[in-house]
Design a protein around this ligand. Structure first.
Ligand code: GLY
Length: 407
């Protein structure tokens, strides 16, 4: 199959790598990165025009923004199968409150919450206990829209900033929900509108510092599967979360064809959905896909066409992805530092923020590389991944040292 992958980060590198290595597929990536250029053709330009001109058999959309903005509909008009949901379905990520409404209709376990369009009722709702609540911008906020206030003073500032437009239109509505305590798990479900195949569960580590301290990032590392998650967890999530959501969407005239990512938390009272995303997780994908042995092209194609989904073969053992970031990230950081040592490692190295300058590979983003290794268990995978993460060098390189050790 000739497949166009849309995007330029580590997630898209992992998708393109898996589609290339586990099947007889030709891969184009738009715009791609120096890592995808090693085995695929990187192309810049309008993603719909590229798909038409190159007569691709399938488009796989990486990031959420084009999906929320309706790219799947543009491909549908051209008759090109697109693995990625319609704009209507993508509201599951594009509006936190829409997701809550769908979850309520589907009887999916989730925190109780309320939506607000002005500050005073939102502040009243939390009363004197803001530390028992989570504040979320309703719209897309590039991972910056979730707040855990500690005090009333903090929550007042957060609410005020959101309604003053600190996150633009994303904060015109604000969802406030009960804060849940537990272990987080990500489940990725490949959906064809009515049915779903579940990929092995994983866990991201979102904070910048060890011990889950400091500001949120795009994700500093991931493991697959988390050893504390029950063996049949994915099947249970399929039955209790994914299929009921697909059913409710379909009853409302929407068929979700793409990846539905359920961000879950396992508490002492059972598990709950924290959020839905409508695309693969980053960096979860870089840990999950190396565990998959099947040709994902057949699965994605069937899902995009609304056809029966083939089963997924998953290897034994575990994998771990360690993110190497630029010093200063997620705040300001410098770019353009030469990266050395990649050719000396055995692990998979997925490019997230790199560029080629005069033939050298240099840093070009906050998250620079994802180093993924597999092993018989998570300890072995982590040992190998850290060994190789230490062999790669660039000025200011930063990584968390406790991936897989916190929940
Ligand atoms: N790893 C979190 C996300 O992809 O949204």
């Amino acid at each position: 199959m000739k497949i166009l992958v849309i995007g330029s980060g580590g997630r898209e590198h992992a998708l393109a790598w898996s589609l290339y290595n586990n099947g007889a597929n030709t891969i184009l990536v738009s715009p791609g990165n120096p890592g995808t250029a090693e085995f695929a053709q990187n192309i810049s330009g309008d993603p719909v025009e590229i798909a038409v001109k190159e007569s691709v058999d399938l488009v796989v959309v990486g990031p959420e923004n084009p999906l929320v903005n309706g790219i799947a509909g543009l491909y549908a008009e051209k008759g090109i199968p697109c693995f990625g949901p319609s704009a209507e379905c993508a509201r599951l990520e594009g509006s936190k409150w829409f997701a809550k409404e769908i979850m309520a209709a589907a009887r999916v376990p989730t925190a109780t919450g309320k939506v607000f369009t002005s500050p005073a009722p939102a502040i009243d709702y939390m009363g004197q206990y803001p530390d028992k609540f989570v504040i979320k911008a309703d719209g897309l906020a590039a991972g910056k829209g979730v707040f855990l206030p500690g005090t009333r003073k903090e929550s007042d500032v957060i609410i005020d900033d959101l309604f003053r437009g600190s996150l633009g239109d994303a904060g015109t509505s604000v969802v406030i929900e009960q804060r849940l305590i537990g272990r987080e798990v990500s489940v990725l479900a490949v959906c064809n509108g009515t049915d779903a195949v579940i990929l092995p569960p994983s866990r991201d580590h979102k904070r910048i510092y060890d011990g889950d301290m400091g500001p949120n990032t795009g994700g500093m590392g991931a493991i697959c599967p988390p050893p504390d998650v029950p063996f049949d967890f994915g099947d249970d999530v399929r039955e209790r979360v994914i299929l009921p959501v697909l059913k409710v969407l379909k009853e409302r005239g929407m068929e979700f064809r793409g990846v539905l990512y359920a961000g879950l938390i396992i508490t002492e009272f059972g598990y709950f959905v924290l959020e839905f995303n409508v695309r693969f997780g980053d960096p979860e994908t870089q840990a999950v896909l190396p565990m998959v042995e099947s040709d994902l092209a057949a699965l994605f194609f069937a899902a995009a066409k609304g056809e029966e989904l083939p089963p997924v073969e998953v290897r034994d053992g575990a994998s771990a992805c360690i993110i190497l970031a630029s010093g200063g990230y997620p705040g300001s950081y410098s770019k353009g530092y030469e990266i050395t040592g990649i050719e000396e490692v055995d692990s998979l190295v997925f490019h997230a923020g790199t560029a080629r300058e005069d033939g050298s590979l240099v840093t070009a983003g906050g998250r620079v590389l994802g180093v993924t290794a597999s092993g018989e268990d998570i300890d072995e995978a982590l040992e190998k991944a850290y060994l190789d993460a230490d062999r790669i060098e660039f000025e200011g390189k930063y990584m968390r040292r406790d991936i897989g050790r916190t929940v």
